[in-house]
Structure formats: C-alpha cells, structure tokens
Design a protein around this ligand. Structure first.
Ligand code: CAA
Length: 260
C-alpha cells in the first residue's frame, strides 16, 4: 500500500485499519497540491481494499495541519484557481464509504480544520486548536468550512470562528460538538487507533450503512432522511450479519461477522 514516492504523508495498515499520517513537518503539515493528491489517492485505495474497515487520519504533535499551503496559493490568480477548481479533489474524501477517524493534536486551522471535519469522528488531544483564520489572509474558508462547520456547531459559533479567525481549544471544541472526544495528548494515538479498530471489527456493511445514513442527515430534509434510514434498516435484514448478530445476542455469545 505504501507508495515509496510519497513525500508528504506516511502510510501504513494493521488490524484492518489504514493509517494516513500527514508528514510535512517543516510547514506544519500545510496542505499543498501534492498532499491532496497523496491523501486522496491513498484514502480511495483504502476504501476499495476489502481488508480495511476503518481509516485513521493524523498529523504530528504540533500540527494536524496548519491549513492549505499559503505560499503555494499566494501566486495564484482567480483564473488559475477557477481553472484548477482548487480544492475540488478533497471532496472525494467525503464520498468514502469506509468510516474515517481523525486524530487531532496541535493546530487544525483553515484547511486543517476542514480536513478534520471531512472525517466521521474527530478525536482531539488536549493541545488541539481548531480555527478558520482565512479572514486574516483576506479570504474565506474554501474546503467546506463555512458549510460543514455551520452544520456541526450551528450559526453562532461558526460565525464567531469564521469572522474573527480565533482559535477554539479542545475543551470548547468538544463542548460545541466539533469533536467526539478529548483525551490527553499522550493517549491520542492509542485512543484513535482503538476507536478505528473497534469500528473495523464490526460487520462491514452495517458500519458502512450506518455512516451513510448519519452522513445523509447533512444533506436531506428530515422526512426523507428518516425514510432513507428505515429503508437501509430494512435492507440489512438481507444480510447474514443481521441473522448472526441477533442469534449471537439471543444465545449470549460473541457474533462472528461474515462480512468484514
Ligand atoms: N501554509 C504554508 N506554510 C505554513 C502554513 C500554511 N498554512 N502554516 C505554517 N506554515 C509554515 C510557516 O511559514 C513556517 O515556515 P518557515 O519556517 O519556512 O517560515 C513553518 O510552517 C512554521 O510555522 P511558524 O513559524 O508560523 O510556526 P508558529 O508556531 O510560530 O505558528 C501557526 C504556528 C499559528 C499555525 C502559524 O504558522 C500560522 O498562523 N499558520 C497559518 C494558519 C492559517 O492561516 N491557515 C489557513 C490557511 S488558508 C486555508 O486553509 C484556506 C482554506 O480554506 C482551505
């Protein structure tokens, strides 16, 4: 899986978890075009791998990612940005069916915060600092911050973050619903891996469909979302794992999933 030509990420896999670690320490993991290519290509490959049940995305102790690469962007004109449809490829991460866990310590700013929000679960170390500081560069969020942040934390906090550019610490991030859990920095890697391995140990179709229906709540009106959920629920009764899971419960034993 690891492509030796990758220069901005480290890739590994173990126990059904594929791991992508951002690795541009000199630039605090700023996201340039190369990083986008490497992260998305690897994530899409993990998504297609039957032996992978969860993807773990992490950075370094100091920075998950300090944003899109400002130096790379600074020379671009409107027509350059428009012609390349700058950042579009990141959207492919939101179409992955495999659950994605982001482990965030240090800075998750601008595109770093937006990348974390493309994951399904964010686990933060106590040092994590989230923010959308693009306003300080004379621009606005461009990788989904204005939309995903608003849907995650509501208008009041999203406006506060996007208009002032201030950093939100891990405690506040958990309080406003931006992250799922906060743990001491020293426990972050182990906690995120435990969560990813737990998800990867479930019935794969059930985990993937669970992700799909929760994600649909971001897109659908309530009545359509509820109907979608019910139909997916019904469809799981066509799987061997539904029979196995319910039989295991009734017989007080651990389920042995057929589809992982
Ligand atoms: N792009 C390019 N390089 C970056 C970067 C970024 N987003 N963030 C940090 N770096 C580089 C710095 O330029 C510096 O490089 P040099 O040593 O070559 O000068 C190196 O990383 C270390 O950074 P600092 O010396 O600034 O480290 P610090 O500890 O003093 O400060 C920081 C850390 C507060 C995160 C600061 O680096 C910072 O403010 N970074 C920019 C944050 C930002 O504005 N992010 C949003 C980018 S725009 C965006 O993301 C658009 C979008 O919506 C997708």
């Amino acid at each position: 899986m690891t492509d030796p030509t990758y220069t901005t990420i480290k890739v590994s896999s173990a126990k059904r978890v594929g791991k992508i670690q951002l690795n541009r320490p000199a630039a605090l993991n700023a996201l340039n075009a190369e990083t986008m290519e490497e992260v998305v290509t690897t994530a899409v490959a993990f998504d297609a791998d039957p032996d992978i049940g969860a993807i773990l995305l992490s950075g370094s102790q100091k920075a998950f990612a300090a944003g899109a690469d400002i130096k790379e962007m600074s020379e671009q004109s409107f027509t350059d940005m428009y012609a390349a449809d700058w950042f579009r490829r990141w959207e492919e991460l939101t179409r992955l069916r495999t659950p994605v866990v982001a482990a965030v310590s240090g800075y998750a700013l601008g595109g770093g915060c937006e990348l974390a929000m493309m994951a399904d679960i964010i686990i933060a170390g106590t040092s994590a600092k989230f923010g959308q500081p693009e306003i300080n560069l004379g621009v606005i969020p461009g990788m989904g911050g204005s939309q995903r942040l608003t849907r995650s934390v509501g208008k009041a906090k999203a406006m506060d973050m996007v208009l002032t550019g201030r950093h939100v610490d891990a405690e506040e991030a958990e309080r406003i619903g931006l992250v799922s859990r906060v743990v001491p920095d020293g426990e972050l890697d182990a906690e995120a891996r435990t969560v990813a391995e737990l998800i990867a140990s479930k019935s794969k179709p059930a985990a993937q469909m669970a992700k799909e229906v929760v994600a649909a709540a971001f897109e659908m009106p309530l009545a359509s979302g509820l109907q979608f959920e019910r139909r997916i629920f019904h469809s799981l009764f066509a799987t061997e794992d539904q029979a196995e899971g319910m039989d295991a419960f009734a017989n007080k034993r651990k389920p042995s999933w057929k589809h992982r």
